[in-house]
Write a new protein. Structure first.
Length: 122
């Protein structure tokens, strides 16, 4: 079972880092692309793009704070054999179930690892 905890730790670190990278790329792409759309919209529609870019940045920052950083923390905790890390991974795994198909697979694997750990300790 120790091997599965280690694998799960690596999965969470990689998925958290990948989410951070994707949010940075999304924000950069939209920050570069939306000014072109703003010019096409004209002065009447440009106000939408003036608040849309910071709004997307806030959403990206929120996703990073709520899911990516805790995933990296849970992965590091699992690799360092912390008791709380598996519980944090379970909570994040439940949220990952809604991210089909890769997140669903990670979530199911997390629930299975958690169930096996609690079964072997009983």
């Amino acid at each position: 079972m120790e091997n599965h905890n280690r694998i799960l730790g690596f999965i969470y670190i990689i998925s958290g880092a990948f989410q951070i990278l994707m949010m940075i790329l999304l924000y950069t792409f939209l920050g570069a692309f939306l000014p072109f759309l703003s010019k096409e919209a004209g002065p009447d529609g440009a106000w939408v793009f003036d608040w849309l870019i910071p709004f997307i940045g806030i959403i990206a920052f929120g996703v990073i704070l709520l899911f990516s950083i805790p995933a990296i923390i849970a992965g590091t905790g699992l690799l360092n054999h912390r008791k709380w890390a598996l519980t944090l991974a379970l909570i994040l795994g439940i949220f990952k179930l809604f991210s089909f198909p890769i997140g669903t697979a990670i979530g199911v694997y997390t629930i299975w690892v958690y169930a096996e750990n609690t079964r072997t300790k009983s």
